[in-house]
Design a protein around this ligand. Structure first.
Ligand SMILES: [Zn+2]
Length: 349
């Protein structure tokens, strides 16, 4: 893999890590999240099919997964392009677009968006959660899954020659299914062949990230080049979080911009606010983990776009960075989180 070594692979080809600039490490620009439709609360069923409108925006924010059209981000490429241009104007350089097989990855659209906006886009190889695995995926051996993932990085994805630059987001449920376990092993095998970065969608239990790291490790993965996503909704206990941090992967807080009361996929979870995310990150910095933190918004529904009253892709740069400064996180540490750590992660070994 000599030609990839030390480089970052975007949808437009290889770039030097120094060219990336500020980087959001977990976003979606085009995807279909219909797999995770969640019926509305009783008595509110009619809202699931109504057009998105000012008068239902608050309801939509609270019930993002209970509105059918809201899950079809792939219909919004024009708005996404507009909002990527705003991201660039706000100082953004790169987006890791980690949509994988199962939620309608579309590398052609990613290439077009990158060409039209000048934002570097890194696409994701591999498979989302078990609920989206096709019968072919379910029937594949670890070896076949490894070949499929490696092929998306080396030759191109979705029948094109547009190559992925990261493996993931690899979907893991809780409890982990047999098929997801195979995909994790294949991820580790492909990573050790290619020296590439990996990003994981963890299951909704504080034990899930530990189990995933163990499976990856046993299959030979490089944990130091692996991002564990969604820690903001997964590990709440500080002691347990610090125990997890010791395992050495990147710690990702990637739901900036999401603040709601009921988390339908795990109703007992109190989704944190952005202010709580900032304090969590400061705690990790104080404990010596500033080299391991990455952040993003994980835009995956329409209502997260500015077009529908959402925060868009620039929220972290415009609103969260100033708050981090107020909370005593120095600019050079912020630059580490937004630029240096993504660079270290994304460059092939
Ligand atoms: Zn995601």
């Amino acid at each position: 893999m000599l030609s990839l070594k030390g480089k970052v692979q975007t949808v437009l080809g290889l770039v030097e890590p120094n060219q990336l600039g500020y980087t959001m490490t977990h976003e979606h620009l085009t995807m279909d999240y219909s797999c995770c439709y969640f019926p509305p609360p009783s008595g509110q069923e009619a809202l699931a099919d109504q057009p998105i409108d000012m008068k239902n925006l608050f309801w939509l924010k609270q019930n993002s997964y209970s509105h059918k059209e809201n899950l079809l981000l792939y219909q919004e490429t024009d708005a996404v392009k507009e909002e990527l241009l705003q991201y660039k104007a706000a100082g953004g350089g790169t987006i890791v677009e980690n949509t994988t097989t199962g939620i309608s990855r579309d590398v052609k659209t990613l290439k077009q968006l990158s060409q039209e906006t000048g934002v570097h886009i890194v696409a994701g190889a591999g498979f989302y959660v078990d609920a989206t695995h096709s019968s072919e995926t379910l029937a594949m051996s670890v070896e076949q899954l490894t070949d499929s993932i490696a092929n998306e990085v080396l030759n191109g994805a979705d029948g094109t020659n547009i190559k992925c630059g990261v493996i993931g987001e690899i979907g893991c449920s809780w409890p982990l299914t047999e098929s997801e376990n195979k995909v994790l092993q294949a991820t580790a095998h492909a990573q050790s062949q290619l020296g590439c970065p990996v990003i994981i969608h963890t299951g909704r239990s504080s034990d899930s990230p530990f189990q995933i790291i163990r499976i990856l490790q046993e299959a030979g993965a490089d944990i130091s080049k692996t991002v564990m996503s969604h820690l903001d909704r997964t590990i709440f206990d500080e002691k347990k979080l610090l125990e997890f941090a010791k395992l050495g992967c990147f710690l990702e807080y990637d739901l900036f911009g999401t603040e709601f009361i009921h988390y339908h996929f795990r109703p007992d979870i109190d989704m944190p606010s952005d202010n709580e995310r900032v304090l969590r990150i400061r705690m990790l910095i104080d404990e010596g983990y500033e080299d391991r933190i990455v952040i993003a918004h994980d835009v995956h529904t329409k209502n997260r776009l500015m077009k529908y009253g959402g925060h868009g892709y620039s929220h972290i740069l415009k609103t969260i960075v100033p708050k981090m400064l107020i909370r005593g996180i120095p600019q050079n540490t912020i630059d580490k989180i937004l630029m240096e750590n993504p660079k270290q992660w994304l460059a092939f070994k």
